[in-house]
Every structure is written in structure tokens, then in C-alpha cells.
Design a protein around this ligand. Structure first.
Ligand code: NOJ
Length: 565
């Protein structure tokens, strides 16, 4: 945020930039819509469904990677940052996607994988071939430690993302006779961002898309990019880690280093070269509250615009849990900063399964997601209540499941709350009740099997049904867009009983105040009555038709929520 100029009138929330009031819809292109009958979703498929995204009422489309890639991690392994994988389309399709989104008033964010490339990227192929070539230092290479079998002991104790299987982040290259660092999977070597040519090449790739008109980026594992230049061992410190990921080693020297925060600021400066409207950076970062907040920098030295807050992916279904988180985020992200709420993405269990298949509970969380102060993010299929679809590990396409978990007995894997086979949350988008759910042509075999409940959990069937999940999201997002209080108003929690999360959203600080709303959700097992702290309010949206307002009191059945104003 630029420092405010004392000669200008004070800024009102109405003046704040677009990203402070946006909402985001994530498209995983491989599974969204297949336009050419090869069983794989593609960019023309996304373009063909832009009306759905616009009608849903979200403001920004985030598209998971479609760049050139051998697809070993389905695009999170890039071989050309400025190219498009042929199965997804062409650069002309990208331009058409941006134009089509902009015509509908949608912003577009792409997904930047800055930490690593594919091991088939020409840069890595060259780097691996020897210690003296032009790309020799573009990746993180190191000799082994002495001791053990000569030269074959990893340089230090850094662990990959698969720490749970105690995997070293170092991979041996017989060709170069050295170790390279791969913080995620072995075929995703980490770039050496301390090399000026790497920085420049990557910043140029960022500019390439900015010039084509993209409005911002989701940044893949952003906190892992800048490692300790002295290669120090991470200290032993078992913890639950950020986002409830169990860890044995504190990632002191491999994650969220001060240099990473500096990189956020440098990248923001690259975006700023493009002027208004602002191009936006949304970071996938993990860590405690202060660490995440740190990535946003300061008013004088801004970093990322937004960071995902993943707590809602690992929630406890209790009002106390949500009240605590909301209070914490209100404290840490005062306007114009915004918390970024996530209930689903392409890596983690779908919401429907987290709530044990209970549609009422999922609807309650939809009300919260769309009415809290902050940026709600939705993942394709969430709007129709798509569940996880159990798929046996032995059939997995997901490299994590294939590489590390194939040995896990199915009876165990079936029962885990978190999915270790990410295919289960990436089944094709369900558009219709017809064969192949409208994802691809009849008779074609989609790249992953279809999900469960296609007959009811699809866009066509739910459209126009006022009781459907889709129409609930549409009403909530429409209201969020119409009501300034919901997209830019202040949030004040209101005490309303142990099982209730209640708050007001108010524009009283705007130049043009008015239209305040009150939101209450009942996460308990008994009905509750909640006093509405505003006169002459009416019910605007409810998650359950039995929720009623009479004489200034809102009656909420168990697992229900209402927005009044
Ligand atoms: C996080 C992404 O969300 C995930 O899908 C990917 O596999 C890893 N980063 C590696 O890029």
C-alpha cells in the first residue's frame, strides 16, 4: 500500500484497490472442461464456461498451471514459463481467455511456480550436464558431506515436502556427480534464485504474462524459494507445523527466511512497473500467523498483496474455533489488508467430506466464507457440493500418492481425513447429469474417473433450484457484490451464544455509509434465537429456509445461518 499523502483527504474504504474486495474461483484446467474430446480439460474449455464463473458472482478467476510441462505434477513442473502445454491450448487461447474474462468484468490470475522447474526444463538439462556450462549455477548444487559412502551423503539435513517419509531434499545426479536440491518432489529441482540471471529470467517470465494482461498471480510454495546461503542444518524441533502438517525439523533455514520476504517486495516492484489497475500477488505460504502476515511487508515496503490462510482447511466444526480465527485475522489484517479464506483447493480434502457429507454444515460454512471480511476463494465444484471421490492408491496419477504412498493399505488410506491421493479432489467438474457429466464428449474416457453424485451435484441440475448449493453460493456472492458492507465494510463480532458466530458488516466509515448487514450462523445442535442489532432488518439470504426473523429476533435451526440487513 502506498503511504498516504498528508495533503490529500483521508482515504475511504471506497477508494481501496480492486483486490481488497475481490473473490476468487480456482480452475484446475485439466479437470474443468474438455473442448476437443481428448479426455483432458483445456483452455478453450475454460473459455466456454466463463459465463458460469461470471454468473456465480465471483470476481477473479485463478487458473492452475497450463504452461509447457511433462505433467509429472500436472503443470506444477514447468519446462517453459512462457509456453502453453499443447493439451491445454495455445498462446492465442490464453489471450482469448484473458479477453473473455475481462469482457465479463472478471480479473484473471495465473499460477506461478517460481521455486522449481521440471527436471526436463532445458535449463536443468543444461545445468545437470556439467559444472561449467552457462546454466551450471541456475539450480542449487552441492557436493556431498564427507563420511558414509564417499560423496554420496547429502550435503545437509534438509528435508523435502515429503518429510513424513523422512526424505532428503537432496537428489544425487550421476551425470554431474553432485547433489541438487528438490524441496518438493525429486523431479522438481529448485531454482537458484541467488543467481542474478535466474532472477532476471524469472522476472521476465512474470512480465511476459503481465504484458499479455493478466491481473495477478497465485504463487506456488512461495515461502520455500530463498534458502539459507550458508546451507546450515535445520534444527530438530518436532511440531504440527503450519496448516497442521506434522514436522520433525524446524524449517528455519529452508522456509520463510528474511530473503523470502525481500523477494516478495522485489516481485511486487515488478508488478508495480505495470501501474494501475494493480497487478496482484497471492502467496501460498505456510507458517504461524506472524510469519504469514510478514509476507505482506509494510505500508512503505509492501510485499505480497494477499496470503492464503489455510486454517479453514483444517477446522474444528465449532463456533469457538471460527470466532477465534476471525478475531485473530481481524487483528492481523486490518483494512485495507484482507485475510484470504480457503475451504477447498486442488490439494486437500473437499469440504463436503470434512463435514461428513452433511449438506447443512457445508451450507453454513458457505455463508461464513462469503460474508466474512476478506477474500473468499472457491475451488471448482465446491459450488455444487462435489465430494471427494475415493480412488485406489494403485491407480493414482498424483505423483505424491504414486511415489510415497502406494504401500499404504487401502483400508487405512480410505479412512484418513486428509487425502493422500490428490486425484480424489481433482475428478472432472460436474456440469450436467449426462454421460461424462458434460466434462467431455460422450464415449470419451476422462483423464480421471468421474466423481460421485453426478446426478445431483452438477451445475445444470442445481441451476434454478432455490434449495441447491449452487443457488446458495450465487445468492451469497451476488449479495456480497451488491452490498458495500459485505465487500468492503468493517467486521465486528457480536456475542450471541456459545454455538453461534455472529458479526456485523458496516460501512459507517465510508463517505457513503449505509446498507449494513448482520450475519449469524448456528453451529450447534439446538435451535438458537439471536437478537439482531439493527432496526428494520430483513432476511437477505439463509442457508436453511426454516431460519426466520420476527420482532428483531432471528431463529436459527441447528446448522443454519442467515444474512440480514
Ligand atoms: C503446491 C501446489 O498446490 C501443489 O499442487 C503442487 O504439487 C506443489 N505446490 C508443488 O509445486
Amino acid at each position: 500500500m502506498a503511504p498516504s499523502n498528508p495533503n490529500l483527504p483521508p482515504r475511504s474504504p471506497e477508494d481501496e484497490p480492486w483486490w481488497t474486495r475481490t473473490s476468487i474461483y480456482q480452475v484446475y484446467p485439466r479437470s474443468f472442461a474438455d473442448s476437443n474430446g481428448d479426455g483432458i480439460g483445456d483452455l478453450p474449455g475454460v473459455i466456454a464456461h466463463l459465463d458460469h464463473v461470471a454468473d456465480l458472482g465471483v470476481d477473479t478467476l485463478w487458473v492452475s498451471p497450463f504452461f509447457s510441462s511433462p505433467q509429472a505434477d500436472f503443470g506444477y513442473d514447468v519446462t517453459d514459463y512462457c509456453g502453453v502445454a499443447p493439451e491445454y491450448g495455445t498462446l492465442e487461447d490464453v489471450d482469448a481467455l484473458i479477453a473473455g474474462a475481462h469482457q465479463r468484468g472478471l480479473k484473471v490470475m495465473f499460477d506461478l511456480v517460481l521455486n522449481h522447474t521440471s527436471d526436463q526444463h532445458p535449463w536443468f538439462v543444461s545445468s545437470r550436464s556439467g559444472k561449467s556450462g552457462p546454466k551450471a549455477d541456475w539450480y542449487i548444487w552441492h557436493d556431498g558431506r564427507s563420511g558414509g559412502r564417499r560423496g554420496r551423503r547429502p550435503p545437509n539435513n534438509w528435508r523435502s515436502a515429503m518429510e513424513v517419509s523422512s526424505t532428503s531434499a537432496w537428489q544425487w545426479s550421476p551425470e554431474r556427480q553432485q547433489w541438487y536440491l528438490a524441496s518438493f518432489l525429486p523431479f522438481q529441482p529448485d531454482l537458484n534464485w541467488r543467481h542474478p540471471e535466474v532472477r532476471e529470467a524469472m522476472f521476465e517470465a512474470v512480465r511476459f504474462w503481465l504484458r499479455r494482461g493478466v491481473d495477478g498471480f497465485r504463487l506456488d510454495i512461495f515461502g520455500s524459494i530463498m534458502k539459507d546461503p550458508r546451507w546450515r542444518d535445520n534444527p530438530l524441533e518436532p511440531s504440527l507445523g503450519g496448516g497442521a502438517i506434522a514436522r520433525i525439523w524446524k524449517r528455519k533455514f529452508t522456509e520463510n527466511t528474511p530473503d523470502n520476504v525481500q523477494l516478495a517486495k522485489d516481485l511486487r516492484a515488478v508488478c508495480a512497473e505495470f501501474g494501475d489497475p494493480e497487478r496482484v500477488l497471492l502467496g501460498e505460504v505456510f507458517g504461524d500467523g506472524a510469519t504469514l502476515r510478514g509476507f505482506l511487508g509494510t505500508p512503505h515496503e509492501p510485499g505480497l498483496h494477499l496470503v492464503f490462510l489455510f486454517d479453514f482447511l483444517a477446522y474444528t466444526y465449532s463456533a469457538a474455533f471460527f470466532r477465534d480465527r476471525i478475531s485473530e485475522y481481524e487483528r492481523d489484517y486490518p483494512a485495507p489488508l484482507q485475510p484470504t479464506y480457503v475451504l477447498e483447493n486442488h490439494d486437500r480434502s473437499r469440504l463436503m467430506d470434512r463435514v461428513g457429507g452433511d449438506l447443512d454444515k457445508a451450507r453454513v460454512l458457505a455463508v461464513l466464507l462469503c460474508t466474512l471480511r476478506g477474500v473468499p476463494t472457491l475451488y471448482q465444484g465446491q459450488e455444487v457440493g462435489m465430494p471427494n471421490t475415493y480412488l485406489p492408491l494403485r491407480t493414482a496419477r498424483d505423483p505424491i500418492a504414486r511415489t510415497y504412498f502406494r504401500w499404504v493399505p487401502e483400508v487405512v488410506s480410505k479412512r484418513l481425513a486428509e487425502r493422500i491421493n490428490r486425484d480424489e479432489v481433482r475428478t472432472p467438474m460436474q456440469w450436467t447429469a449426462a454421460e461424462n457429466a458434460g466434462f467431455t464428449q460422450p464415449g470419451v474416457r476422462p483423464w480421471l474417473p468421474l466423481g460421485k453424485h453426478v446426478a445431483t451435484r452438477n451445475v445444470a441440475t442445481q441451476t434454478g433450484d432455490p434449495t441447491s448449493m449452487l443457488e446458495l453460493y450465487r445468492s451469497l456472492l451476488r449479495l456480497r457484490r451488491e452490498r458495500p458492507a459485505l465487500h468492503r465494510g468493517a467486521l465486528q463480532l457480536v456475542p450471541a451464544g456459545e454455538d453461534v458466530v455472529a458479526f456485523t458488516r458496516s460501512t459507517s466509515h465510508d463517505r457513503h455509509p449505509g446498507g449494513d448487514v448482520f450475519v449469524a450462523v448456528n453451529l450447534g445442535r439446538s435451535p438458537v434465537s439471536v437478537r439482531v442489532p439493527m432496526p428494520a432488518a430483513q432476511v437477505l439470504v439463509t442457508s436453511n429456509r426454516a431460519a426466520a426473523l420476527a420482532g428483531g429476533t432471528l431463529t436459527l435451526p441447528p446448522d443454519s445461518g442467515a444474512v440480514v440487513g
